[in-house]
Write a protein that binds this ligand. Structure first.
Ligand SMILES: [Zn+2]
Ligand SMILES: [Zn+2]
Length: 238
């Protein structure tokens, strides 16, 4: 993920974002992936440049405590490890969650994303961090799908649930899954979702029910097959 300054404007009833780049991009690579040197697709996300929040700091240390408990290692060691990972992930940026931090909400989310990914990967139980899990954040929902964890209770091997209704006449295997919004729910919560409906479900568990879109690589990794830009086959999701 890279951050760039952008300018928004409207012209002739259309909306545009003009992106300013720090350096000249690799045009050969752009041509390889988009078959053009001057027309390309971006997956973008609005950066929250406000100062990192105290609740992000609370979540970070609660999660570190859970990991420290699980592996019996000092919290300081884990903090240094994740700050190091952050540096590597962002090509040399520093992060801090102290009161005087210069880091933004988005920066802190990148750090928390690394921690949650680690915990899902190594099956570290969420104890202190459980109540604080950022269920409303897209990155959290993404990690749940990637690791097939229920976004409500964290149960493993959960289902990928379609948030967008798929028209009954359409062949599910022929859908472009990158265009459909999903979330991840265990069998029990998935059943409840369909029973009481998304609105009531979201209210009950205080979670957003809009779902997220997954990229092709993630869909393949978690075994959702279907049509990715032209290719067909495989099992569907419900
Ligand atoms: Zn669940
Ligand atoms: Zn479903």
């Amino acid at each position: 993920m890279q951050r760039s300054r952008s300018k928004y404007f409207e012209r002739n009833g259309k909306s545009y974002l003009l992106v300013e780049l720090d350096q000249k991009p690799n045009l050969d690579h752009i041509e390889t992936v988009s078959s053009s040197r001057d027309q390309l697709y971006l997956d973008w996300e609005l950066a929250d440049t406000r100062k990192a929040r105290p609740q992000q700091r609370r979540l970070f240390f609660a999660l570190l405590n859970d990991i420290a408990d699980c592996f019996v290692v000092p919290q300081d060691f884990l903090k240094a490890m994740f700050y190091g990972q952050y540096r590597e992930y962002t090509n040399g940026n520093e992060i801090s969650l102290s009161d005087t931090t210069e880091s933004s909400v988005s920066d802190a989310n990148v750090l928390l994303d690394l921690v949650i990914d680690f915990m899902f990967t190594w099956r570290v139980p969420f104890k202190q961090g459980y109540e604080l899990l950022p269920r409303e954040q897209e990155y959290y929902q993404y990690q749940c799908c990637r690791h097939r964890r229920c976004m409500v209770c964290g149960r493993e091997r959960s289902d990928i649930n379609h948030v967008d209704t798929v028209g009954s006449g359409r062949d599910r295997n022929n859908l472009d899954h990158t265009q459909l919004r999903v979330n991840c729910l265990c069998r029990e919560h998935h059943t409840e979702w369909h029973k009481i409906g998304p609105t009531a479900f979201g209210k009950k568990y205080h979670i957003p029910v809009t779902g997220i879109r997954l990229d092709e690589e993630t869909l393949r990794k978690i075994g959702v097959r279907g049509n990715y830009r032209g290719e067909t086959n495989g099992k569907s999701i419900n």
